[in-house]
Design a protein around this ligand. Structure first.
Ligand code: AMP
Length: 574
């Protein structure tokens, strides 16, 4: 198999695709890329979505654009607005390092004026649904005289949708000498007509059904200290803004605890396990199918009744005992022509299981690097920019109110408005990550050291979150003399802070509830304020005590901070 470099892909594109995780070309790319980079030839490819066809035509097209000539040089026609946006997105990703290159998606159902303005500013590649492009051609707002390549993507689907005449018309506006590339999942007679009429001696290729089984699934494992498993889960969810997946846990209890912790931390999550009634399970599954829940935390058995085709991720919160179960789990993503990712959050003891599973799935795992806070924030911000671009604007519904809104915001310029939108959405996330250091990967050698036995002893948790350990960087860990026997729950801790501390809202980190006392984390900068206002107030029918917990091993902390010891300490203070 050749590398992208050997296929002739240019360095700045190589850099972008390698950052996207494209390691080696898919079959359609191996055939099409060198061909198109060669003599500007034409191609008919029988290939479905999921085969990698966008990069197959996208990379050579991008590479041959003359960025100094700011006029459309390639037109990509596709049947739907979604595909149009997806192709434009992919091309933008591939051309991340090609300065000045502009790709514009144009599609119906969205303001034509803003598309016209973008065309006026100048673009190199237009990705369009046929109806909207004709509209733009008729308004003389798009000039196709310099177009070199026309791509018909999902050509059979466009014909099914009745775009045959529109395609004819569009082709009459581009130069005779243009190349045409046609991608289609099937080859009905009408396609034969188009190819005969418009193509000159095209190269035909057939790419087999690539989508069976788990071929479209990437397998990635993250090696973490057991105490960090939950934090890593959160980071991975944050790093994938469009995540829609199942998190597999081993026990019902763990399933419930992880789901509760995720909900508490503001994620759209719920649990599915055998302790729920059938009606509850149906309700959760229904909400998940409708994507009202983005993360479903489930046991293997409970998830069996759930058939959803387009999951983006499977997350193994720890590996199952047998490799077969892993195959079942990961087979739930990468279906119906989609790609998927199966993630395993594992600790050192589970490493041997990775090798076993690799044999079973006949595929290698990639070792993932836990994303840093900065990387997560960047990804989220770009995800938001992406949503902003794609949001469907209901022109009719809002037109009445818009003039007043424009007047109100008139004093803000475009940059200000964007900054404010982003701040509205992301201040909490940015605050959370700005002080959170990196999560360290475990050191393999240390796993065998004696001292680690003690560490493992500390890794039992009630939420999968850490108990009695040092706080995350940037956070202070506080002791409170209320525990589960007092009826204290995570929401009460948050309630106590909100009710008693005036001014700026306190961000709460990890909460560990013990029987008679608890620990919770707040930002370092809030520590003194929290102690000042909470220590000595009355709640749950008694006077509460709050103080800095010691950043020491669990056993030591227990000794130092158990109520019995605290009393002695308090007495000494008096
Ligand atoms: P497509 O058929 O163009 O929709 O591509 C299907 C999926 O495969 C997309 O998510 C692409 O990002 C991904 N993909 C395309 N080419 C490669 C590659 N060479 N290596 C890994 N993933 C790829």
């Amino acid at each position: 198999m050749k590398t992208f470099e050997e296929l002739g892909v240019a360095p700045q594109i190589l850099r972008a695709i390698s950052e996207m995780g494209y390691e080696s070309p898919m079959p359609v790319q191996e055939e099409v890329i060198p061909y198109l980079l060669g003599n500007n030839n034409e191609v008919i490819a029988l290939a479905q979505t999921g085969t990698g066809k966008t990069a197959a035509f996208g990379l050579p097209i991008l590479q041959q654009i003359n960025v100094n000539q700011v006029q459309p040089q390639a037109v990509i026609l596709c049947p739907t607005r979604e595909l149009c946006l997806q192709i434009a997105d992919d091309l933008n990703d591939y051309s991340k390092y090609m300065d000045k290159l502009k790709v514009l998606p144009v599609y119906g159902g969205s303001s034509i004026e803003s598309q016209i303005r973008a065309l006026k500013r100048g673009v190199h590649i237009v990705v369009a649904t046929p109806g909207r492009l004709i509209d733009l051609i008729n308004r003389k707002t798009v000039d196709l005289r310099l177009v070199r390549d026309v791509i018909l993507d999902e050509a059979d689907e466009m014909l099914n949708m009745g775009f045959s005449e529109s395609i004819d018309e569009i082709l009459s506006h581009v130069p005779e000498t243009r190349n045409m590339l046609l991608f289609s999942a099937t080859m009905p007679a009408e396609i034969a007509r188009i190819t005969k009429k418009y193509m000159h001696n095209p190269h035909e290729i057939v790419i087999g059904r690539k989508n069976e089984g788990a071929k479209n699934v990437r397998h990635i494992y993250y090696m973490v200290n057991a105490k960090d498993k939950y934090l890593v889960l959160k980071r991975l969810a944050d790093y994938n803004p469009h995540i829609y997946g199942i998190i597999f846990c081993r026990t019902r209890k763990e399933t419930q605890e992880i789901a509760d912790a995720l909900v508490k931390d503001g994620y759209s999550a719920d649990s599915l396990h055998g302790d729920l009634s059938q009606a509850q399970r149906d309700y959760v599954m229904q909400r998940f199918r409708l994507r009202n829940i983005r993360l479903l935390v489930a046991t293997d058995v409970a998830a069996r009744g759930l058939d959803v085709d387009d999951l983006s991720h499977i997350i193994n919160y720890g590996l199952p005992d047998d490799a077969e179960s892993y195959t079942h789990r990961s087979g739930r993503t990468g279906r119906a022509g989609k790609t998927g990712t199966s993630i395993a959050i594992v600790h050192l003891k589970e490493k041997h299981k990775i090798r076993e599973i690799e044999k079973n799935i006949n595929k290698k795992f990639e070792q993932g690097v836990i994303p840093s806070g900065k990387e997560i924030c960047e990804k989220q911000l770009f995800g938001f920019a992406d949503q902003l671009e794609k949001v469907k604007v209901n022109e009719e519904e809002i037109q009445g109110i818009m003039p007043a809104i424009y007047r109100r915001l008139d004093w803000l310029d475009k940059e200000d408005i964007i900054k404010r939108l982003i701040s509205l959405e992301f201040n909490r996330l940015i605050d959370y990550y700005q002080d959170a250091g990196d999560i360290e990967a475990p050191q393999e050698r240390k796993a065998n050291e004696k001292g680690n036995r003690e560490k493992r002893g500390r890794e039992r948790t009630n939420t999968g979150q850490a108990t009695g350990r040092n706080s995350e960087r940037g956070y202070a860990r506080l002791f409170i003399n209320l525990g589960k026997t007092d009826g204290l729950g995570p929401q009460n801790v948050i309630g106590l802070l909100n009710d008693n501390i005036p001014g700026r809202k306190i961000m709460v980190g990890r909460i560990d509830l013990m029987k008679n006392f608890s620990f919770f984390e707040v930002k370092e900068s809030d520590r003194d304020r929290v102690i000042q206002y909470l220590d000595g107030t009355k709640a749950f029918g008694r006077r509460i005590a709050v103080e800095q917990a010691q950043e020491s091993p669990f056993e030591d902390r227990k000794k130092n901070t158990e109520p019995g010891n605290r009393k002695k300490k308090d007495k000494r203070r008096k």
